[in-house]
Design a binder for this molecule. Structure first.
Ligand SMILES: Cc1cc2nc3c(=O)[nH]c(=O)nc-3n(C[C@H](O)[C@H](O)[C@H](O)COP(=O)(O)OP(=O)(O)OC[C@H]3O[C@@H](n4cnc5c(N)ncnc54)[C@H](O)[C@@H]3O)c2cc1C
Length: 294
């Protein structure tokens, strides 16, 4: 029995989609297909689903807005779990409880409407709350981990609550990387701030992003090493514009790879080439920020 039929029989209520396209649901726009995509409604359904998949030995992976991932080519005979049915937003004072599938835009609008400041640095970052927590998304000036009071996760079929300390946030890092724990939602703590001030801060952060390359990408491919930006290092090695097939190191920002119609494999090979050349010319080993799925 194929995975789709098996899931339909075991979970008739579960929202599912057959033959899921990674290229249509990621910002980089490449990769193959997956047998099924599932959209659990709520933490309990997520816990039961991941538990059942684990016990049956069916592989699965999580996907948010798909803004920091490089999907592999070919067919994934497994389940992609997305969080579009987990979009609850609640506020109590300066705290916001957000489901994993809440997008950055929705979170920022909600914070502003409710006079909760401190989220403005997330302006323009393509994200869901789940993906942003996993990646500790942010910019110079703030990271989502700084706002986290608690994360609701699902691990081994059980709901688990993580304090900010237990999340082990680091530079583009958290305990949730590795795929063993699903982020179901988070309680984020801001500060009371008048709406006009939030608007001004938002505009300031938006202006800072004007120089970023347009087109299909995963954002920054590499984490900045200490004391120099990865982009500056790649540029210094003369790699702006370098390409493998239709994957190209951006001329505007060397830490971006733009996809002009490449496969996942082309992009992977370009990443390996950039790493090799930077290592050879400068001795620095770049760490990848992007996550490979499945
Ligand atoms: C143009 C552009 C600009 C960008 N600028 C920035 C920037 O300024 N700062 C920055 O930090 N990032 C930036 N990024 C990268 C990206 O926006 C962030 O990393 C963002 O947090 C990714 O969120 P997502 O929902 O898309 O996660 P995805 O890319 O979908 O997933 C990222 C990882 O998290 C896992 N995952 C997703 N959701 C869950 C969940 N609920 N539970 C468990 N695991 C999950 C995935 O399996 C994957 O390993 C940029 C990307 C682009 C394309």
């Amino acid at each position: 029995m194929d995975i789709y039929t098996l899931l339909r029989e075991a979970f008739p209520q579960l929202e599912t989609e057959r033959n899921f396209s990674f290229s249509r649901h990621t910002t980089v726009g490449c990769g193959g297909r997956a047998a099924v995509c599932a959209y659990p409604r709520g933490t309990e359904e997520l816990a039961i689903l991941t538990d059942a998949l684990g016990k049956k030995g069916i592989p699965y992976c999580f996907l948010g807005a798909g803004a920091n991932v490089l999907p592999q080519d070919g067919f994934f005979d497994g389940v992609v779990i997305r969080f579009s049915n987990a979009r609850t937003l609640l506020t109590v004072g300066d705290r916001i409880a957000a489901g994993a599938g809440v997008t950055g835009g929705a979170l920022l609008r909600f914070a502003r409407e409710n006079g909760v400041g401190g989220f403005e640095f997330l302006t323009g970052i393509p994200m869901t709350v789940g993906g942003a927590v996993v990646m500790n998304a942010g910019v110079q000036g703030g990271h989502i981990g700084d706002l986290v009071e608690q994360v609701v996760g699902v691990e081994g079929g059980k709901v688990r609550y993580f304090s900010a300390r237990e999340c082990l946030f680091g530079v583009k890092e958290s305990v949730f990387q590795g795929g063993g724990i699903a982020v179901a939602g988070a309680i984020l703590r801001g500060v009371p701030r008048p709406r006009e001030e939030i608007g001004q801060e938002t505009a300031r952060y938006r202006a800072r992003r004007a120089h970023l390359p347009k087109g299909r990408s995963m954002g920054c491919v590499f984490v900045n090493p200490p004391e120099i930006s990865a982009g500056a290092l790649i540029e210094r090695c003369g790699l702006k514009g370098a390409n493998v097939g239709k994957a190209r190191v951006s001329e505007l920002h060397a830490n971006f790879i733009v996809n002009e119609g490449a496969s996942g494999d082309d992009i992977s090979r370009l990443i390996a080439f950039v790493k090799r050349e930077v290592r050879r010319k400068t001795g620095v080993l770049l760490r990848e920020e992007i996550r490979r799925i499945p």
